[in-house]
Each structure stands twice: as C-alpha cells, then as structure tokens.
Design a protein around this ligand. Structure first.
Ligand SMILES: [Ca+2]
Length: 570
C-alpha cells in the first residue's frame, strides 16, 4: 500500500506541475450564449475579451482546454499563436521603377492612374468613408496622412497608439489616401478617413507578423468603432497565411476559425473586407489564395505590374476576386525611413531604385563598364576610385558589389538584364530581387553579416538606361543619389489590396446610399477583363476600374463631367 501511494505521488507531482503550464488560446462562444460570465471565470489569466466577436483570449492549461471543448456553450477553442505575415517588401522584382520624385511637385503613382481614380475625383475623393488599415500601424505624423487620420488601436501593446515601426502599413495608407496636397504622392481616395489597427510587428526575420489573436483584437476594435460611429467602413488586410502546403510545410490549408469568424462578423455588419491574395507564387508554381483572402466573406485582391500582367508572386485561384497594381508601387513610408534614389548623367535622370541596404549619400565621378562583374577579371584597373557600371546576370548583386569594392570602385550602378533577350530568367524572381542581403538557408531570414556590411551607394536601373550609359562610358561621369526620404517603392499583393480599398472608398463616396454589397458588385462587375476571357484564377474579374464602377452606381454625377472628359473625335 505504502509503495503504491508513493508511486502515485511520484507521478502526480510532475503531472500537476505540467498541467499548470498554460498557453494562450482563443475561446469562441456559441451564438446567444452569455459570453461575459464565461470569460469572467478567467479574470486572472491575462484575459482579453473580444466582445464584438463573441470570443475571448486567455491563458489555459491543457486540461482546461479539454474541459472547455466539452462545454456545450463553447463553439471552439483555438491556439492564439497562428501567425499571419505582412505581404509586401521594399525588395521588388523586375526592372527598377522610379523611386525618385521631385521635391516641390506631387507624383500620381502609376497604379492610381491605372485604376482610373483621377476620373472620379471631380465628383468625390473618398469623402466621409472610413477605412481601417489592419497592419503594422501607420506613421500618423506623415504629412500625407496626418490631416485625415482619425485614430487607432495597438493590438500588440494593448494601447491606443498604433505608431508604425515597420513602414508597411504607412505605405498601404498612402496608396489608399495620401493627401492631394501638391507634394509627395496622391492616393486613390485622398479624402477618405483613415483608421489604424496595429496587429503586425517586426519579428526579426526581415518581415512583420502577428497572431490570429492580435488580428482578431484589431478587427474587434474596428467593429466596435463602426458600431459606435456608424457610417461606411472598409477594412484593408494586406496580410496573410499561405494555404498552399506545396510551397512550405508552414502553410496551412485549414483556416484559423477565429479569423474566419471575425471576417464573417465584419461582413455581416456591412463592412467591406479586402485582403491580399498572397505572395507565394513563382514562375513555375501558382500558389493558392491564402487566408484571410480565401474566406468567402473577404474580397481577395491579386497583383499586376505596370503592364497589367499578373505579378510573378501573386497567389491564384477561384477565390481571387480582382487585380490591382502591386509591383513597384510608390507611396508614403515612415518619415525619415524611406529612400529617394536616382542616377543623373549628361543631363538625364534615370529611374532607379537603390539596392537594399545600399549606402546613403550622393556621389559623382567617372564610371567604368565592368561587364557582369562576376569575377575580378571583369573589372578594368581604371575602375579604381571610380564608379562601376555592371550588368545583371550570372552572379548575385552581393558578389558583384563586393567584387567592385575589391577592385577599388567607390560606388556601383547595376543595370537590369534584357527581358527581351532572356524572358524566362530576367526579372522573374519573386523577392530575390534588388537586394544585397543574402538569405540564410531557411529562405526567409536575412544574413546578419550582410545586414551589417558597409555597402557603398549601389543603385539599380533599367536595361535600356544601362545600355545607354555603357555606350557613353569612356570618360563620362554620373551622379548617384540615395538619400533618406518619407516615401518608398514596395511590391506585393499587399500593395494591390489598398488600390482595391481606395477604389471602394471612392465609389462609396460617389454613391453614399449604396450598400456594401452594391459597392462590391459594382467593383467586380466593372473590372476590366484581363487574361482568359471572363473571371479566371490569375486575375479574378480583372483590373480595378474606379471610374466605371462609380459611374454605374451614380450615372447622374458624371453626366456633365463624363461627357466632357469622354468626348469623342479626338
Ligand atoms: Ca501628396
């Protein structure tokens, strides 16, 4: 007997100690159940009540999870650690686009023009429509955003300060609503009201991420604001979790129940919810649409480039609703954390983007053509103390630049490969693009040694511009500029999604009596067909067209201005 009791005690103690270890969970209640009392039982367990989503977040032991799963009032218990990622980056594929912009004039980014926003502005510019950006936060001090920023919430810290510490959310905000103020950029719906829910934060892997619980917390706050203030609300989620297990074992074909529930709650409340389709596709594999974009309550947005061709990284499938510009998108960034980069020579300014993370400053000098820069033999002795002009191909940008430094060059210009000559290999990377930072073997994390390296000023330009410089190289000079700025170029379905949100805000401001489903239908039915005829997996219904959608819902608003703008015979 004594021995048996000792054995029981021996097992009981460690089991009890183990059972007391808690993990974070989300508990969803069945409809009509009083959530408050159930949640209140866990007041000492870091409880966060998500009242608008009929759920709460709490620390639970394994045994407590089992008990709750057997509780008739509980709909589900889910881990609160399911990760979602920001779907944009400053490292973009393809040919460099203009990162430079004039100091005293306003640039209309190509995407804003492509979705035909300017044709709607004479009628309305998103006035009165609320847009909630559920992202890395917003730099609400930015001159493009501060005048129509309404407030925010930080689900990472639990405070009301959603200050952006990444740049991604500020970039998204600028595409939706950068002010029409004569400088910088202008957004699709420059008068929309901007709200920020910060649910993503830099996670040390070179991107930002947040959990299902943090995003649900942000969505709970948005629904609360909508219930408090009324009016028209649109949500931008340029974030996602991949669903395609052939891409990575970390992808999940099973959705977070909490995310699915939250998006459905917002849609049921008449909020239009848009999300980025995901960036997992490559030249050889079309990845499936990620979550939350793949939920039926969410409008999934894929990316096209400036030629209206589907972006190589854009996820595809039957859930894809519509396409927007998402390659080389110029927009606002955290003040002082963006870049303004350009190359001047012989009176010409070349569209350029600095390689990540090139040195900052301005530098002039003779430049010397160094071929592919793949080995020391590619560098003439004359490159010493001058600028190396190198063509893309064969070796990484990292190696080309280090070779140039070894040969004594003081700065580097790399020009693109010829897309016409090598269409299958040139510019076909996903995000292995214009970067000096090597990826470690996990394919995600930047190499710390490369991040710490003292890189020279190092700027990418197009093939045509590079060839022009090469032909004029003997004795010619150029100036490279890469300075700190409040704007940046980013690529990703993250950048396409805010074009759709901006279009929705514009259309709603033109037709304020329309319902959310009216706005959604008008946007999808008036998209400009791309790819295979009709709706298809690569483009959805096609390219966003703000003008056509707005005119359909309120033709009278365009009857005079429309005739003048669209007059035939010219
Ligand atoms: Ca502006």
């Amino acid at each position: 007997m004594k021995r048996a009791a000792l054995v029981a005690l021996f097992f009981l103690v460690p089991l009890t100690a183990f059972a007391q270890q808690t993990q974070r969970y989300i508990v969803g209640m069945k409809p009509g159940v009083t959530r408050g009392a159930k949640a209140a039982q866990w007041a000492g367990r870091n409880l966060e009540d998500l009242a608008n989503l009929d759920s709460f977040v709490v620390n639970l032991t394994d045994a407590e999870v089992q008990a709750l799963r057997n509780d008739a009032s509980v709909r589900y218990v889910e881990s609160a650690e399911i990760k979602f990622f920001a779907l944009g980056t400053t490292v973009h594929p393809g040919t460099p686009v203009a990162e430079s912009h004039p100091v005293d004039a306003q640039v209309t980014p190509y995407g804003v023009t492509m979705v035909r926003a300017p044709q709607v502005w004479p009628v309305a510019k998103g006035d009165g429509v609320n847009v909630a950006i559920v992202d890395t936060g917003i730099d609400y001090t930015h001159p493009e955003i501060k005048d129509h920023y309404q407030g925010g919430f930080n689900a990472i810290t639990g405070t009301s300060d959603p200050r952006d510490d990444d740049g991604h959310g500020t970039h998204v905000a600028g595409t939706i609503a950068a002010a029409d103020n004569g400088f910088g950029v202008v957004g699709v719906a420059p008068n929309a009201k901007i709200w920020s829910a910060k649910v993503l934060a830099p996670d040390g892997t070179g991107t930002s991420s947040g959990s299902n619980a943090q995003i649900a917390s942000g969505l709970n706050w948005v629904l609360g604001k909508r219930n408090e203030l009324g009016g028209h609300w649109i949500v931008n989620m340029s974030l996602g979790q991949c669903t395609d297990v052939t891409v990575s074992s970390q992808c999940s074909p099973i959705p977070s129940v909490t995310m699915q529930n939250a998006c459905q709650k917002l849609a049921d409340a008449g909020i239009l919810v848009f999300a980025a389709s995901g960036n997992d596709s490559t030249t050889t594999h079309a990845a499936t649409v990620g979550y939350p974009a793949a939920f039926s309550s969410v409008i999934a947005v894929g990316a096209v480039d400036s030629t209206q061709t589907v972006a190589v990284f854009s996820n595809q499938g039957p859930e894809l609703a519509v396409s927007g510009p998402g390659v080389g998108v110029f927009s606002s960034f955290i003040v002082g954390k963006g870049t303004n980069s350009f190359v001047n020579s012989a009176g010409n300014t070349y569209d350029a983007s600095a390689l990540i993370p090139a040195g900052k400053g301005t530098l002039s000098g003779q430049y010397v053509y160094c071929g592919l820069g793949a080995t020391a033999a590619d560098f003439p002795a004359s490159v010493k103390n001058n600028i190396a002009l190198i063509q893309r191909g064969t070796a990484t940008f990292n190696l080309k630049t280090k070779n140039a430094l070894a040969a004594g060059a003081k700065a580097v210009v790399i020009y693109n490969c010829s897309i016409a000559a090598t269409p299958t290999t040139c510019g076909s990377e996903t995000f292995g693009g214009w970067t000096l930072v090597g990826k470690l073997s996990d394919g995600v994390t930047d190499d710390p040694a490369d991040l710490a390296f003292a890189w020279p000023i190092d700027i990418g330009i197009s093939y045509a511009d590079g060839e022009a410089l090469r032909k004029a190289a003997a004795g010619a000079t150029l100036t490279e500029t890469n300075v700190v700025d409040d704007y940046a170029v980013e690529s990703g379905t993250s950048m396409a999604c805010p074009h759709a949100v901006g279009v929705a805000a514009l259309v709603w401001s033109v037709a304020p009596n329309a319902s959310a489903s009216d706005i959604k239908s008008a946007i999808l039915n008036n998209a400009a067909d791309l790819g295979a005829t009709g709706k298809d997996n690569a483009y959805g219904f096609g390219l966003l067209d703000a003008f056509a959608a707005a005119r359909q819902l309120n033709p009278a608003a365009f009857s005079v201005k429309g005739r003048m703008a669209g007059r035939r015979g010219h």
